[in-house]
Design a protein. Sequence first.
Length: 277
Amino acid sequence: MKDMSYELLDLMEEKGWDEKGLAQILEDGTEPWILEALSPIRENLVDWLDIAKDASVLEIGSGYGALTGILARKAGSVDVVDEREENLETGRRRWGQMENIRWHLKETGTECVYDWVFLIGPRTLGSLLELPGRKESWNWKEEEKAYLTEQIRQAAARVKDGGRLALALPNRNGLKYWAGAAPEEEEASMNLSELREVFGSMGGRTEFYYPLPDYKLPTAIYSDRYLPVQGELPSLYAEYEKPRYRLFSEEAAYDAVCQAGGFPQFANSFFVIWEKL
């Protein structure tokens, strides 16, 4: 989705950046990106995680600060790093009253390791961490898998022994894309086999989760320990999505996929928890 941080900052100046002001922006907003930016449903992705009160957290790529607040409420300290100053300013406006958050442009400036590292919605066209051998002449589409793999590995390098990396990203084979949804610009993706290959090469312990309708506004989260059965799935249409033609019924297709045991391969997005042993 196109970055709308400046527009959001203008709205926050007009309506206020406290809880009441943000609720007013949500109520008045007609653009889908406002729901993606401000909906409390965003927090469903991480609300259930067992994050210790004294845990240290690194959030790589804060976007509009949708998850920063809940991470700061759950953990002892949060370092936020983003490549865009306007994103950091949006986060400071929303969560500046929370004293356990530190804001960093592009890097933390230290080699700290953390109890939790969050890489939510990694991008394709710019790294928040310096990549060795990075070349401006790379063809990003051809190199997406290698580039994203390096982002994941570098994020994992910031995890303490016994700590965890949390990664959320779209499934490039997600059923909604087959049904006509367009991938978001600059948003990296992998399919299930590619993602399992990456984490399989890293050692540690990995658990895969499948948020629906996707990781941005999840109303249900499944796992390999509990997969949906036919007729069980909630609404599959994310409200922040742009209007689109549906080439077929996603509900009927998912029922068939669930019956055949193929839900993980066609889930719209992944949420992966990797533990460093």
